[in-house]
Design a protein around this ligand. Structure first.
Ligand SMILES: Nc1nc2c(ncn2[C@@H]2O[C@H](COP(=O)(O)OP(=O)(O)OP(=O)(O)O)[C@@H](O)[C@H]2O)c(=O)[nH]1
Ligand SMILES: [Mg+2]
Ligand SMILES: [Zn+2]
Length: 380
């Protein structure tokens, strides 16, 4: 084993993702459209809340008509949608926008929506379809259970980490692994900036590569700078929609560019003059990978810490796949692997059969889950 891990994880102070629900300030435009939409809804009598992706059917692109599309980016108060015919429009939400995803971000990149196409600047999002999968986080600065959706309806979460600067930290990787599995995503870990690695950092990268591979996740060592490791990364995301997420400055945008082979995502260098190199990407965007049919990548803004959404202390252990093999030998059924006597998982940690840093992540997330459960109970 190459090295031991940092046990200390910092507290959950996070960078804000930009919230895109500011369209409600545009009162006048909104009211005009609200009236029209209300009329239309009366005629069509659609269900108010729950919707289903399968119910979407193609319609020709006509002004004033409803169409279906996918959110690919945000531009101020507008969302950029790609329609079924491949064209792009900008649209807004309004008070009457319906959603199949209560108590969560109203519109996220990757969402499938019904939209009314009007003259430029006045197209309206009528309905956001229930999300198939998602990468969610706890909304920074909010005490309630609001779910902040980073990106919706993607297949693969590519957790990007780096050696050098920022340092590789397994704590944040584990948070993302849990969030990815919770959201129904396949997990891939990309350790970037391999070109910068000192011999010790390379050992560390290899240690984590082997660790996460043993658990069953795909791990690639890459350098966006030198283009190394691109083949296995491409293989892992080919024909799928993936989201690149991770700590700020690890090279998510650079990797997206390296995969695509041209500058599509804005990477650090451009803004270095203005900011200290970090937090370059301000909002998520969904980019089509040319030359790889059916392949899309969502680049997301980096975070300093990632705070998981609504962890459940009973289910958390299932996201730690390497525990399962030992869990049925625990003395107590439904063992939480935290305090129970005769716990085979804790024994496996002591025997070095489960990595201590993974168990440390579990303990930390378990405590967090317990804390938020207590808070939820107090509210009731
Ligand atoms: N040496 C080296 N530098 C890299 C590599 N990948 C990215 N960088 C540099 O790391 C810095 C950050 O890269 P970005 O691609 O902007 O990182 P990001 O994760 O998108 O950052 P945010 O959008 O702020 O979260 C830039 O200065 C890049 O040039 C790499 O493989 N090797
Ligand atoms: Mg970026
Ligand atoms: Zn146990």
């Amino acid at each position: 084993m190459a090295k031991k891990p940092t046990r200390s994880q910092t507290t959950i102070s996070e960078e804000e993702y930009s919230e895109h629900e500011s369209s409600r300030t545009h009162e006048q435009i909104r009211r005009a459209h609200e009236d029209r939409s209300r009329e239309r809804r009366k005629l069509t009598k659609k269900p108010e809340r729950q919707t289903n992706a399968r119910s979407l059917s193609p319609t020709p692109l006509l002004e004033g008509e409803e169409n279906v599309g996918r959110i690919i980016a945000t531009e101020g108060a507008f969302f950029v949608l790609r329609l079924e015919d491949g064209s792009e429009v900008r649209a807004k939400t309004y008070k009457g926008t319906r959603t199949g995803n209560p108590n969560a971000t109203l519109v996220a990149v990757g969402d499938e929506v019904r939209v009314t196409i009007n003259e430029p600047g006045h197209s309206m999002i009528e309905e956001v379809v229930t999300r198939r999968t998602k990468l969610s986080r706890h909304a920074a600065g909010r005490r309630d259970a609001f779910e902040q959706v980073v990106v919706a309806n993607v297949d693969v979460l590519v957790i990007v980490a780096s050696v050098g600067e920022p340092k590789l930290r397994s704590g944040i990787i584990d948070r993302y692994v849990v969030a990815g599995l919770e959201g129904g995503l396949e997990v891939v870990i990309a350790i970037n900036k391999i070109d910068l690695a000192s011999p010790e950092e390379m050992d560390e990268a290899l240690y984590y590569r082997d660790l996460y591979r043993e658990i069953g996740h795909t791990v690639v060592l890459v350098s966006a700078e030198e283009g190394t490791g691109m083949a296995p990364l491409k293989e892992a995301i080919e024909g799928k929609t993936s989201v690149f997420a991770g700590h700020s400055g690890v090279g998510k945008s650079s990797l997206v560019n390296a995969v695509i082979g041209r500058e599509v995502a804005r990477a650090g260098i451009l803004q270095k003059k203005f900011r200290r190199g970090a937090h370059t990407t301000a909002s998520s965007t969904l980019i089509e990978v040319d030359g790889m049919p059916g392949t899309f990548i969502a680049d997301t803004p980096g975070v300093r810490e990632f705070s998981n959404y609504e962890l459940d202390s009973h289910n958390l252990k299932f996201a730690f796949h390497e525990f399962l093999r030992f869990a049925n030998q625990c003395a107590i059924t439904n063992c939480s692997h935290i305090h129970e006597p005769g716990c085979a998982v804790r024994e496996a940690v002591e025997d070095d059969k489960i990595a201590i840093e993974r168990y440390a992540s579990y303990e930390k997330l378990f405590e967090e889950a317990k804390r938020s459960e207590v808070k939820r109970l107090e509210k009731k």
